[in-house]
Structure formats: C-alpha cells, structure tokens
Design a protein around this ligand. Structure first.
Ligand code: SF4
Length: 323
C-alpha cells in the first residue's frame, strides 16, 4: 500500500443524482417485504432490476429468480413481476393459474402502457421508440395485440417507417433511452408526420434524464468516467455513451470495482463517477475506495438536480412496510 505522499493526486467528481431511482427502490422493497410477510420462497420473474449484486442479495434471502411462470410450482407462494413491466399475457396466465402475484412494474413504465392503450382505443397506429429485446420494450409491446405497435430504434428506422395512415399516428418511448438520440428520432418523425401525437409528458423518466444531465456536466472536465452498472442495464449503457459523446477520453461501464482495468486509467488526474438507476450506492463506495487505494483522492460532489420522488407500495404490502 502506497502512503498518501507517494500516491498521485486525483480529482474525483461524484455525479449526483446517480444510482437507485424510485422505481428500483420500490421493486427491491416489494421483494424484501414479500419475503418478510410470506416467507421464502418468493418467486421473481426476470431479474427484479438489472444488477447482479442486488439479485444475489435477494437470492440469499430466499428469492427464486425465474424467466417464465411455468418454472414456478403451485405452492401458493407469491411471484413478483420485475420493475421493467411485463406483457399482458403474464398476469393473465398468473390469474388463470390462480397465482398470487405482486407487480413491481415501475409506475412510470405503467404510465407508458396506459398511453399505448389509450392510443389503441382511439385507433391510432403506435410507434414505440426503444431497443429491441429489452424487457421493458417486450412488456410495452405486449400490452396490445401483435402488430399494433411498431418498434423504431434509430433515426434511419424513423426515416424509413411507412405508416398505414400518417394522419393517425402516435409515438411512445422506452423510459431509459438517451435523451439526445430520442430527440433526434422524434425530430425525423415530426418532420415526416407533423400530425403525430406525442406523449403529454416525456416518457423518458426523470431518473434517466437527471443522471444523463449530471454526467454531461462532468464529462468534459475529467480524463475518465466510470459508470457503475450492469451491461444489460439500458440507462447505465446510455450514461457511458453520454460521457463518451461529451468528449470524455475514457468512458467505462463496470459492475464492481474489481472490473476496473487500471491500464486504461494510466496517468489520469481526474475521474468522474456515476451509477445507473439499478446500481446500489455500496458499489459506488467500493469504486471510490479502489481509487483511494491507488491515488490521493479529492472527492467533489457535482449535483445537478434534487430527487424527492417515491412511489407507493402495492396494497398487499403496505401494512408490513409500516410494521
Ligand atoms: S429508471 Fe425510471 S422508469 Fe425505470 S424504474 Fe427507474 S424511475 Fe422507473
């Protein structure tokens, strides 16, 4: 271990807001409270949030993660649906099997589901801006019959898209997209289809927007940016991209401090640290400690917004939260 005098100085800018959002916090609480109230096992369909540390922690407490409901026995124990949301067919088949389910879908994802349903009722053709294969996109498209929603991933897709009736079109988006990329796609849609119906209030959620804004503030000022998050976490991937596009020379997404490739950080004098919406603060602290063991670190908090949002728990769990 080097002494402080031997360590090179490092200016560490800690981005805020970072890490857990209200939807992730609620989803984890749902699993924890269900375990407390109903005992193990509590089944969870899909990773409750995209973070291995969180998933392993819940598994150790008795959560059993499955990809589909048919992996769950008829033992009367609850099943929790993940924060990303699920296609309508999932609660439908849970009801058909008389399963006890708790829905941890983030209310901001449910809001997009409702928008899709309203557009559908009004006979509008729906365009979803999002990433193919992401569980949130599968869940949102699965609110409506096949073919009702067309997925657009890029500006090129928007330029190529041929609607059935350009005068009767609406768009919705995934909640965790790049704010800038989405704006570019929407611009193309608006140019081509000026009558397209937009969401009343942005579908990209407050947490995604705030974390990207905070990273933008820092990215041009530091030699490297570390994003703590999972490779399958959309909002974490976007944070890494935002830093790169703002001209940060090295922008790295890591799950844990042990993943840091120090050879890429040779000679840096400043670093930014942020975390995706599903990454717990303990993993950020681990990263700061790892830097402190190699550098003489001066930490500066760079805060661009205050977050006070919290979501209600499902009714079945409200009492146990208060106990
Ligand atoms: S990132 Fe946004 S939409 Fe996703 S769980 Fe968090 S608050 Fe909800």
């Amino acid at each position: 271990m080097m002494t402080a005098a031997e360590k090179p100085p490092l200016d560490l800018k800690l981005s805020a807001p970072r890490g857990f959002c209200a939807g992730v916090d609620r989803a984890i609480q749902i699993v924890e409270l269900a375990l407390k109230k109903f005992g193990a096992p509590v089944y969870v369909r899909h990773e409750i949030v995209h973070n291995r540390y969180v998933v392993d922690g819940l598994r150790a407490k008795g959560a059993v993660f499955v990809e589909e409901l048919d992996e769950i026995p008829d033992d009367g124990q609850p099943v929790v649906f993940s924060a990303h949301g699920v296609p309508k067919s999932v609660p439908d088949s849970a009801r058909a099997r008389q399963m006890f389910f708790l829905d941890a879908t983030c209310p901001l994802v449910s809001k997009v589901h409702k928008e899709a349903q309203i557009h559908f009722k009004r006979d509008r053709e729906i365009v979803l801006i999002g990433h193919a294969g992401h569980p949130e996109v599968i869940g949102t498209m699965g609110q409506l019959p096949e073919g009702a929603v067309s997925l657009i991933e890029t500006v090129e897709d928007a330029a190529r898209f041929t609607p059935r009736d350009p005068a009767n079109l609406a768009y919705i988006t995934q909640t965790t997209l790049s704010v800038d990329d989405t704006a570019a796609i929407v611009r193309v849609l608006l140019e081509r289809f000026p009558a397209i119906t937009a969401p009343h209030k942005e579908d990209i959620c407050y947490a995604t927007t705030n974390r990207q804004e905070a990273v933008k503030r820092i990215a041009g000022l530091v030699d490297a940016m570390i994003v703590v998050g999972a490779p399958n976490s959309s909002n974490s991937q976007r944070l890494r991209e935002v830093a790169e596009r703002e001209g940060c020379p090295v922008s790295i997404l890591i799950q844990r401090a042990a993943d840091i490739d120090w050879s890429r950080l040779d000679g840096i004098r400043s670093v930014g640290v942020t975390a995706g919406a599903s990454a717990p603060e303990i993993l950020v602290e681990e990263v700061i400690d790892a830097f402190a063991s190699r550098f003489d670190v001066r930490v500066e908090l760079v805060q661009t917004a205050e977050e006070t949002i919290a979501f209600n728990l499902p009714r079945e769990l409200r009492l146990s939260a208060a106990e």
